[in-house]
Design a binder for this molecule. Structure first.
Ligand SMILES: [Zn+2]
Length: 607
C-alpha cells in the first residue's frame, strides 16, 4: 500500500514536472539529477577517500587526479592541470599526541597547526602561560623545555545562545534583495578590504610573527598551544590565528604548535591559578613536501558548439584544497562535487552549449587564493598593472561556490546592477526560493576575477552550521553536507551556466571598475595630501559605491584620477586605506547625505 502510494505520487510529480515541457533544458537537467545523481558519491571520494587536501600534499594531488579521471569517465574528455606553483610547500601529519600527565592524567583534545615543526619524539614539559605574543620576551632564559600556552585570543565560549544551524528566512532574503548598498552586510561573510590589501596584510602578519617564533626556537620552547575559538570541543585548525600559515619553501618553520579545545585550555589556566604546574606530554611527527607538480588547478571543459562563440567562456569553480583537521567535506569538497555534478549533468543530457563551459577546481585557496590568482595572472590580467591577457575579453561570467554546503538561495551581484534583470530571467525556475542582492561577497576565488572586472559571482547559500561549527575545524566532515541541497545546487548551477552560455551577448560588466587608475575623462578628482596612504579609491553613486574599483594614482602632492562620466550630478567621497573620508576641499557645511545611509558627500556637476 505504502509503495503504491509512492509510485502514484512519483507519477503525479513527473507529470507536473515534465508533462508540459518534455524537452526543455530545465526538465532534462532535473530529470538527470533525480535519476542519476553522482554528487554524494563524488563528495565521499573527495573527502572520505582522499581525506584532508592541504595545498602541496599527495592527498591534494591524488584528489585532483581522481577528479580528472572521473570527469573523463563522464565523457568530459578535455581536462588539464595548470601549475600555480610559486615555491609553495605541503605539510602532512604522520602522528601526534597531546596529554596532561600531571597533576593527573588526561588526554587533551588538540590538533596540530599546519607548517609547524616536529617535536623529534615525545617530550614532557611544564606549561607556562603568556597573555600575548609580546609578553614572551620578558621570560628570556626561563623557557627551555617549556610548553607555552598563548592566551592572546582566549575567550571562554561557554555561553552560546545562537542556534547551531540555520537557513535564511524569507524576511532576511527580502532585506538583502532590497539592500541598495553593496557594502552593507545583510547576509554572508565579507570584510571591507581590497585584494591587494589582503595580500600585503597576510605577508605583514607572517613577518611580524617571525620574530616570535625565532625567539621560541632560540629559547628551546617545546611546543605552543593556542585555544580554539569554537565551543563544544570543536578544534579550529587553520593558519589564520596566532600561528599564521608559513606555506612557502623560503618561509620559517615555527615550533610544533597545536590548537587545543577551548575548555581544555581553560582547565590548564585554572590549574595554574590554583598553584599547580601542569605537565604535558607532546609529540608531533609531520612531513613537509616540496613537489611543484602537486601545485596544480584542475581545468575541464565542455567545448562550445557554436563555431564563433565557442571561444568565449562561462567558468564555474570551487576550491579543491582544504585545511587539514577535518576532511574538507563542506569546505570545499561540497562545492567541487556540485560543480563536477553540474558538468556531468550537462554532458549526460548532451546540452551542447554555444559557448564553452569550463570547470576550474582551484588549489591553494586557503593560502590566499594561490591557484585562482595564478590563473587570473596567466589568463585574465596582471594583478598589479592590469595588463590584459587572452581571456580578459572572452569570459562572460565566473561563478564560485564556497560558502559551506547549504542550499543556494541566490547570487551576490558584486555591485553590478546591470546583470540583475538577466539573472532574474535565467533563474526563473528557481524563484521564489532565490534572490539577487547587490551585495559584495569576498574572501574566495571569484574575488580575483572581479578585481579584473570579469562578471564574477559567489552564490548566496543557507549558512547551516558553517560558521558555528564547521569552518576550518575538525568536524568539517561528510555528515554536514545535506544531500538534498547538493542536488538542487548542481541543478541550479548547470541550468544557469547553460543559460549564460546560450545568451545573445556576454554579461555586462561594471562601470568604472579597474585595478589601475583611469587618467582620461571629463571629470577630474583630486585629493590633496594623504601621501603616507597606500591606497586611495573613489566611492560614489556613479560606481555604485564600489569600494575598490575606482582607484586614484599618487601624485607629488596628493592623489588623482580622471573619469569619463555622462553629464549629470553625482556625489562622492574617498576611501583612504580602508577609511571612508570626506573630500577635505569641501567645506563641512556643504557636505551632503544621499538618504541611503551615505553621509559626508561632495556634490559634483559633470557637463
Ligand atoms: Zn572555502
Amino acid at each position: 500500500m505504502k509503495h503504491l502510494k509512492t509510485v502514484l505520487f512519483l507519477l503525479l510529480m513527473s507529470v507536473q514536472l515534465f508533462g508540459q515541457k518534455e524537452d526543455d533544458i530545465f526538465s532534462k537537467i532535473r530529470r538527470e539529477s533525480v535519476a542519476n545523481s553522482q554528487v554524494m558519491k563524488t563528495l565521499s571520494y573527495l573527502s572520505d577517500v582522499h581525506g584532508s587536501r592541504l595545498m602541496g600534499t599527495p592527498n591534494y594531488y591524488h584528489a585532483a587526479l581522481w577528479a580528472a579521471q572521473q570527469l573523463k569517465q563522464w565523457g568530459i574528455q578535455k581536462t588539464s592541470f595548470q601549475s600555480f606553483d610559486k615555491g609553495h610547500r605541503g605539510w602532512e601529519i604522520s602522528h601526534f599526541q597531546v596529554e596532561m600527565i600531571e597533576p593527573t592524567y588526561s588526554p587533551l583534545n588538540a590538533y596540530p597547526l599546519a607548517y609547524t615543526a616536529s617535536t623529534a619524539g615525545a617530550k614532557v614539559g611544564e606549561v607556562v602561560y603568556i597573555p600575548s605574543l609580546d609578553s614572551i620576551y620578558a621570560m628570556e632564559g626561563q623557557l627551555k623545555g617549556k610548553i607555552v600556552l598563548l592566551g592572546a585570543y582566549y575567550e571562554p565560549v561557554s555561553n552560546v545562545f545562537q542556534p547551531f544551524a540555520q537557513r535564511l528566512s524569507p524576511a532576511v532574503l527580502d532585506q538583502a534583495a532590497q539592500n541598495p548598498d553593496p557594502n552593507d552586510l545583510i547576509i554572508g561573510y565579507h570584510s571591507r578590504r581590497s585584494t591587494p590589501q589582503v595580500f600585503s596584510m597576510q605577508n605583514l602578519i607572517r613577518k611580524r610573527r617571525e620574530q616570535f617564533f625565532n625567539f621560541c626556537k632560540a629559547q628551546q620552547v617545546l611546543a605552543l598551544l593556542e585555544p580554539s575559538d569554537y565551543p563544544y570541543g570543536i578544534l579550529h585548525a587553520d593558519g589564520n590565528r596566532a600561528v599564521p600559515a608559513y606555506m612557502r619553501k623560503t618561509d620559517i618553520t615555527p615550533i610544533a604548535s597545536f590548537v587545543i579545545a577551548n575548555e581544555h585550555f581553560g582547565r590548564l589556566l585554572r590549574l595554574i591559578k590554583l598553584g599547580f604546574n601542569p605537565k604535558l606530554k607532546v609529540n608531533l611527527e609531520a612531513k613537509f613536501y616540496q613537489e611543484p607538480k602537486y601545485n596544480v588547478n584542475l581545468i575541464a571543459e565542455i567545448e562550445g558548439s557554436d563555431p564563433v562563440l565557442k571561444n568565449e567562456l562561462v567558468i564555474i569553480g570551487a576550491h579543491l584544497d582544504s585545511w587539514h583537521a577535518g576532511t574538507g567535506a563542506v569546505d570545499n569538497a561540497s562545492g567541487c562535487a556540485t560543480m563536477m555534478e553540474a558538468m556531468r549533468i550537462l554532458k549526460a543530457i548532451d546540452a551542447k552549449p554555444k559557448r564553452t563551459i569550463r570547470l576550474a577546481l582551484w588549489g591553494g585557496e586557503e593560502q590566499i587564493f594561490a591557484g585562482s590568482a595564478a590563473y587570473v595572472e596567466q589568463h585574465v590580467g596582471d594583478l598589479n598593472n592590469a595588463t590584459p591577457q587572452k581571456e580578459q575579453a572572452k569570459i562572460s561570467a565566473y561563478f564560485n561556490l564556497d560558502n559551506g554546503a547549504g542550499k543556494i538561495r541566490g547570487i551576490y551581484l558584486m555591485a553590478n546592477p546591470a546583470v540583475k534583470p538577466i539573472f532574474e530571467k535565467m533563474l526563473q525556475p528557481f524563484a521564489p526560493d532565490n534572490i539577487l542582492t547587490l551585495q559584495n561577497a569576498n574572501q574566495t576565488d571569484h574575488e580575483l576575477f572581479d578585481f579584473q572586472n570579469i562578471p564574477a559571482f559567489q552564490f548566496i547559500q543557507d549558512p547551516l552550521d558553517y560558521m558555528s561549527a564547521i569552518h576550518h575545524t575538525n568536524v568539517d566532515l561528510y555528515e554536514y553536507v545535506p544531500e538534498k541541497d547538493q542536488k538542487s545546487n548542481a541543478e541550479l548551477v548547470a541550468y544557469l551556466a547553460y543559460q549564460v552560455a546560450q545568451a545573445e551577448e556576454l554579461l555586462p560588466r561594471k562601470k568604472f571598475n579597474s585595478p589601475v587608475p583611469s587618467l582620461q575623462g571629463n571629470a577630474h578628482f583630486q585629493l590633496k595630501g594623504f601621501l603616507n596612504a597606500a591606497q586611495v579609491s573613489l566611492v560614489s553613486d556613479f560606481n555604485n559605491w564600489n569600494m575598490f574599483g575606482t582607484p586614484l594614482v599618487k601624485t607629488k602632492d596628493g592623489w588623482e584620477c580622471k573619469l569619463e562620466l555622462p553629464a549629470g550630478k553625482y556625489v562622492y567621497k574617498y576611501i583612504v586605506d580602508g577609511d571612508w573620508t570626506a573630500d577635505p576641499a569641501t567645506p563641512t557645511n556643504q557636505l551632503v547625505r544621499d538618504g541611503k545611509g551615505h553621509a559626508g558627500l561632495t556634490e559634483i556637476w559633470v557637463k
